[in-house]
Design a binder for this molecule. Structure first.
Ligand SMILES: Cc1cc2nc3c(=O)[nH]c(=O)nc-3n(C[C@H](O)[C@H](O)[C@H](O)COP(=O)(O)O)c2cc1C
Length: 244
C-alpha cells in the first residue's frame, strides 16, 4: 500500500475526529456562557502578561467617566474580576488581606457585555467563575442610588466591591472595620490599573446611599457596598505606549 493511501485511511480520520472534538468542546463552553439556566459561568483564563509596562500603566491611570457606546468583551470582564480578587500564580489572592480572612466580595452589574445576559453576577475567586446573583437589569436604580451619576448609568458594566465585616471583626474587633475599608482600596486600585492596561476606563464611586444600595443587593446587615466602579471603553484612549 502506498504511503499516501495509508495517510488517507488512518491519519486523516483521526485528524477529522480531533477537529470535531475540539469544535464540540468550544461549542459547549460557549453554551455555558449563553445559557442563563446554568448558574455558574466559567470565566476566560486571565492573561498574566500585559501589553504596556507596569510603570506606563501607573503613569497613565486617571479616572474616566465617559465611555464609548460599545459592549465589553467576555474576556475583558473576566480580566477585570480577576484583577479585583482573583488568584495569583501562588494560588493566593491578587490583593493582600489582614489575617488572610478575605472579607471582600465582588459583583458585576452587566448592562452590555458580549456573551453575558444583563443582570448581576457574583465573582467566585477560587474557581475564577461567576454565579448569577440577580436576574434583572439594575443600572438605572444603581445610578439613582449613586446620586444620579451618569457614568454609572452609561457604563456597560459596574463592578461592585463589597465587604463582609464579621469575617475580619471576629478576629480583630473594632480595628477589623478599618481593615475591610483598607482592603477595598487594594481591590479598587487593581481594577483601575487593569482597566488602564486594557484600554478601558473606570472611576471609583464612593458617593451613594448606603442603605439603598445594600438593600438593592439584598445584603444582610453584615455586608456593605464599599465602591461602585463603572467600566467602559475609554473614549479618550489614544492607543498603547503613550507616556503623557
Ligand atoms: C474615596 C473616593 C471616592 C470617590 N467618589 C467618587 C464619586 O462618587 N464619583 C466620581 O465621579 N468620582 C469619585 N472619586 C474619584 C475622584 O474624583 C478622583 O480620583 C479625583 O478627582 C482625582 O482624579 P484622578 O483619579 O483622575 O487622578 C472618588 C475617589 C475616592 C478616592
Amino acid at each position: 500500500m502506498k504511503i499516501n493511501t495509508l495517510i488517507i485511511i488512518f491519519v486523516l480520520p483521526i485528524i477529522i475526529l480531533l477537529g470535531i472534538l475540539i469544535f464540540l468542546h468550544y461549542q459547549k463552553s460557549q453554551l455555558k456562557v449563553m445559557d442563563n439556566n446554568l448558574t455558574i459561568i466559567q470565566l476566560a483564563e486571565p492573561k498574566r502578561r500585559g501589553e504596556i509596562s507596569f510603570e506606563e500603566t501607573i503613569n497613565q491611570r486617571r479616572s474616566v467617566r465617559e465611555y464609548k457606546d460599545e459592549p465589553l468583551t467576555f474576556s475583558e470582564v473576566s480580566q477585570l474580576l480577576w484583577s479585583a480578587q482573583g488568584l495569583n500564580q501562588k494560588g493566593s489572592r491578587v490583593v493582600p488581606s489582614a489575617g488572610a480572612l478575605y472579607p471582600i466580595e465582588v459583583y458585576v452589574v452587566v448592562k452590555n457585555v458580549e456573551g453575558l445576559a444583563s443582570g448581576v453576577y457574583h465573582y467566585l475567586p477560587e474557581s475564577h467563575s461567576i454565579e448569577i446573583y440577580l436576574q434583572k437589569e439594575i443600572s438605572q436604580k444603581l445610578a439613582d442610588i449613586a446620586l444620579g451619576q451618569e457614568h454609572v448609568l452609561e457604563a456597560p458594566v459596574n463592578i461592585i466591591i463589597s465587604g463582609v465585616f464579621s469575617r475580619t471583626t471576629n478576629k480583630y474587633g473594632q480595628r477589623g472595620i478599618q481593615y475591610v475599608y483598607q482592603e477595598s482600596g487594594h481591590a479598587a486600585q487593581n481594577v483601575y490599573l487593569q482597566a488602564e492596561s486594557l484600554g478601558l476606563g473606570t472611576v471609583v464611586v464612593g458617593a451613594f446611599n448606603q442603605s439603598g444600595i445594600d438593600q438593592l443587593f439584598n445584603f444582610k446587615e453584615d455586608q456593605k457596598v464599599l465602591y461602585i466602579m463603572p467600566v467602559g471603553k475609554n473614549s479618550f484612549y489614544k492607543g498603547k505606549n503613550k507616556n503623557s
